[in-house]
Design a protein around this ligand. Structure first.
Ligand code: NAP
Length: 300
């Protein structure tokens, strides 16, 4: 039988092993402490030791505003301080709703320090520029990030939603590759495999983190997805005896850049379903079928 492309082995960030599935905190809002604790504990139990948050999480999905999701994570850690050592925490800064982007040295430093205070930690394991500041000079961004790392406030340096050229410019001025890149990537968003972002990540050893691996919920509901894509996912799901979401998650994990899929659900049973993706047998032919129906154009 043909070997599966899905690679369930740990990835490495800042020298630490992280599971191929991360727990995403974008929708981690609400005021239920017990619920927050239960969700984080379930994620850790399922091997999702990488926790992805951002200062702006909490601004939407019914949150109280900027900082809410980080404060909620801080609350979990204050009640369960022993969980910190099991976790690899990634946060991001550089978005200010209404501005909307600022990666100037003064702002970025203040944003990072505010994130640490809200989460209640002395450092985060990786800090990412959430979106490129089109009016910021990458030299200043590089200096600020290197300074924060030098002070021990951040472990690894990364970017999110950066183009290949924006990534390369920052890397040239950092004098090293970014440790993490976080683009949107799913069966419905193939940009990173077409733009050269994943090729570059493989060339320099950057770990990709795929955001919205279920296209923000459009994969399970099917809403707004091309009908042929849903049909192929369903056919593969029936054949492998897993959910449509598990096939889509497996596709994300199958790329040789070894992406980490950031699971966004806030329901334990759906986190459990995501784990079934790790055992899915997905062949090269399966993955190419998905690419073809996603793009809607026959491969040459
Ligand atoms: P996702 O896993 O693609 O989508 C999660 C959404 O799908 C949730 O609303 C979830 O609802 C819903 N869902 C899952 N299974 C479902 C089902 N069977 N039926 C109906 N709905 C279902 O991920 P995401 O939340 O969009 O993004 C994941 C993470 O990526 C975020 O938490 C964040 O950490 C990161 N992210 C980063 C950026 C960036 O710019 N860097 C942008 C977006 C996201 P339930 O909670 O009800 O299950």
């Amino acid at each position: 039988m043909e070997a599966s492309l899905v690679d369930p082995s740990p990835r490495k960030i800042a020298g630490m092993d992280v599971g191929p599935l991360a727990f995403g905190h974008w929708r981690f809002v609400g005021d239920d402490d017990a619920g927050a604790d239960a969700l984080v504990e379930a994620a850790l139990d399922l091997g999702m030791n990488l926790h992805d948050t951002a200062d702006v999480y909490g601004f939407d999905w019914g949150g109280e505003g900027m900082g809410h999701a980080e404060r909620r994570l801080g609350g979990v850690l204050s009640r369960h301080p022993d969980w910190r050592e099991q976790m690899v925490i990634v946060t991001k800064g550089g978005i200010i709703p209404g501005v909307p982007y600022d990666s100037s040295p003064t702002y970025l430093r203040k944003a990072c320090e505010a994130s640490l205070a809200r989460i209640g930690v002395d450092h985060v394991d990786a800090y990412l520029i959430h979106r490129p500041d089109l009016l910021g000079h990458p030299e200043q961004v590089a200096e600020t990030l290197l300074g924060l790392r030098e002070e021990g406030k951040i472990g690894a340096i990364g970017v999110s939603n950066h183009t290949l050229e924006q990534t390369r410019a920052l890397e040239a001025l950092l004098g090293e590759a970014v440790a993490v890149t976080q683009p949107e990537f799913s069966v419905a968003e193939l940009g990173p495999i077409r733009s050269g972002l994943f090729d570059h990540a493989m060339a320099v050893g950057t770990v990709p983190m795929a955001w919205s691996p279920l296209a923000g919920g459009r994969v399970p509901t099917g809403e707004g997805l091309p009908a042929p894509l849903v049909a192929v996912l369903d056919e593969l799901a029936a054949d492998r005896g897993v959910s449509r979401s598990a096939i889509a998650m497996a596709f994300v994990l199958a790329h040789p850049a070894r992406p980490i899929a950031i699971v966004g659900s806030q329901k334990v049973e759906r986190l459990e379903d995501a784990v079934t993706a790790l055992g899915v047998g997905l062949t090269r032919a399966d993955a190419y079928r998905i690419i073809e129906v996603s793009e809607g154009v026959p491969l040459p």
